[in-house]
Ligand binder design. Structure first.
Ligand code: 13P
Ligand code: SF4
Length: 365
């Protein structure tokens, strides 16, 4: 039965503790109709309510497999879009706060990608020579662009594999929006830095000469994650001086020099797995978002493992943090009353093309 939607104002000033009780009660009422997917960067106040947690790849697989009518995403906008695209048409993807975006994803948009396509077409035949490869941290219309132009999506787990997929088909890749992930993944394949120039979409011809474009293997879109950009090689040098037996692990969105100096580089899921499986008593410096690192540090304490955050500055993803207990309680109570709030619905024409690029990734990974 549907009633008038409860307004968020009624939850805005509620205490976290009260919201926790309300979330539990609404979840119970919704039962199997609801599944909550949570990204590792979410704060503890909502993360503890997730039925499944994971990195972007794992969560997109869950979205494609779960049976529930409502898929509530504790994450950011592009993740809920992927859940909508990969789930059945009768399932509903929901993002508790619509303002939870990803600033890196916003560094590329369709107008700029289409302009780049036109400009690159002046130098070479784009559809014959360049595979567009978008990081999953991008809007659905960019995934649709990749679907339409023989391209593919990647996550931080499978970026190298998706580059291999791309090079098996065409000689070059336009990689957007994260230059750091593109550079690190290309480097792992042995591509020299000179063949991975930065494509600046705000400059005519990306700021490159015709020769530079022709010589490139990967054109790296000028985009980055503001959170991971904070990590510096000096953080690693200081740590290694203080703890010569310490181990460094970073997310590939971190700057290239940080990845180069790390012992391990990988997705959020990979970071958790690697530290969890390490011998007791080891000491770790972790270069990724603060919520994940704090939670991991607590979890590892009983095993005598020390987990230290890479920066002295607080690097929290402020958009991920928008999903708080107040928004989750509001969303679930509305669902329990039969009111769908904050549904994420990708237009059908976009979804049809985006799923091509996503499915290519899921099949190849
Ligand atoms: P993962 O896929 O590694 O979880 O990364 C997602 C993300 O947004 C990292 O900033
Ligand atoms: Fe986007 Fe960076 Fe936040 Fe990940 S950490 S969601 S890339 S802004």
């Amino acid at each position: 039965m549907q009633t008038t939607a409860i307004k968020f104002e009624r939850f805005q000033h509620s205490q976290d503790e009260e919201c926790q009780q309300r979330i539990i009660a609404a979840k119970e009422k919704l039962g199997k109709k609801l599944v909550i997917l949570g990204h590792h960067y979410q704060g503890e106040g909502v993360y503890r309510h997730a039925d499944y947690t994971g990195d972007s790849l794992k969560l997109s697989r869950y979205a494609a497999e779960v049976d529930a009518q409502y898929i509530v995403f504790l994450g950011v906008h592009f993740m809920a879009e992927v859940a909508d695209i990969l789930s059945r048409p009768d399932q509903i993807a929901i993002l508790p706060d619509l303002a939870a975006g990803c600033s890196m994803a916003d560094m590329a948009n369709l107008a700029k990608v289409e302009r780049s396509y036109r400009e690159l077409n002046k130098v070479l035949d784009f559809d014959e020579t360049i595979t567009p490869l978008t990081y999953i941290n991008s809007a659905a219309d960019l995934k649709a662009f990749c679907g339409e132009h023989g391209g593919i999506v990647c996550t931080s787990t499978n970026a190298t594999k998706m580059l291999e997929w791309s090079f098996a088909r065409r000689e070059k890749v336009l990689f957007f929006p994260d230059q750091n992930l593109g550079r690190w993944s290309g480097h792992k394949m042995g591509i020299p830095l000179e063949q991975m120039p930065v494509w600046d979409p705000d400059q005519p011809m990306g700021g490159l000469t015709e020769e530079e474009i022709k010589n490139a293997k990967i054109l790296l879109w000028k985009g980055h994650c503001a959170v991971h950009q904070m990590f510096r090689p000096q953080n690693i040098i200081k740590f290694r001086n203080e703890h010569p037996d310490g181990i460094v692990i970073s997310h590939p969105e971190a700057p290239f020099e940080v990845c180069l100096q790390s012992d391990y580089v990988g997705s959020t899921e990979y970071i958790l797995k690697t530290v969890r499986e390490a011998p007791a008593g080891t000491r770790w410096l972790v270069g990724t978002e603060l919520n994940l690192v704090n939670r991991l540090a607590e979890e590892m304490k009983p095993q005598g493992k020390t987990v230290q955050f890479m920066s002295h500055v607080v690097c929290e993803c402020s958009t991920m943090a928008r999903i708080d207990p107040q928004h989750l309680a509001w969303t679930l109570e509305n669902l329990a009353e039969g009111n769908v709030v904050n549904q994420i619905k990708v237009p059908e024409n976009e979804a049809k093309l985006a799923i091509l690029a996503l499915q290519r990734m899921l099949d190849a990974s």
